[in-house]
Write a protein that binds this ligand. Sequence first.
Ligand SMILES: [Zn+2]
Length: 294
Amino acid sequence: MKSGGSEGVDAYPAHARRITDRFTLMDSDSGVSAVSLLGSNESVPVELVNADGGSSAVLVCDHASNRVPQQLGSLGLDDVQLADHIGWDPGAAEVARRLSTLLDAPLVLSGYSRLVIDCNRPLLSVGSIAEQSDGVPVPGNRGLSLSERESRINELFRPYHEAIDRLLDGRTRRPSLLLSIHSFTPVLNGQPRPWHIGVSHWRDRQLAALMLGVLAHTGEYTVGDNEPYPIDADIDYTIPVHGEGRGLPSVMIEIRQDEIRTTSGASAWATRLAEAYRKIEAEALQYFESLPRT
Ligand SMILES: [Zn+2]
């Protein structure tokens, strides 16, 4: 499935950074200090695991947590709704942590729910701070002031992406292949989804093609090729900006949530992904070396 636009490879990240910078400018121009969102006793907005890991793989997990800052209560949702797939990617962080250990790969995880601000959505997209998700209204996201939006951007979105930037900036002498780990709900809009795992790419299909080849090879699983979600720069942020935007081979991996509800399920998929990565690593690094560097 085709995705992405016809812009140059570096066009989107520049655009994305202008949007981020614009919010910063509005903040500083306003002369009003933004309301602090996170209390001093609250969890940090980003977690960096195994920063010095020796692997060529760099792992990120945009939807790792369903935590909501205390100041926002429950966003008007109940516990069941917040625990559901609209709040986070159940199981994804567990798989990512185990994969980080197995590959000795660095991993960056977001610390708060995608419903507070979605770290994989461009800031001006409707999904950035969603007023509804999968048909569920999110009362706490309605009628936000500019200051309230800025707090979520500056205290949650920016620290997460700046951590990824710093990590990748620090790996100048090491190749980096970006793997973004997600999970997807088994049923959407009443439709069961057949894939056990999906591998998605933006405009550069190379790394995805290698992963798909190995994962599909055994015939044991139904593997989605750009399913259940293709990557679209109007909707997705992480791969277009930190992957292709940096000229890095990159891939989004989506695992069906019923496969990784248990720790044993998450462990099994982390092991399969680690084995798949080891099989493709040499060829993927050859491809990395063939790409032009600025
Ligand atoms: Zn996700």
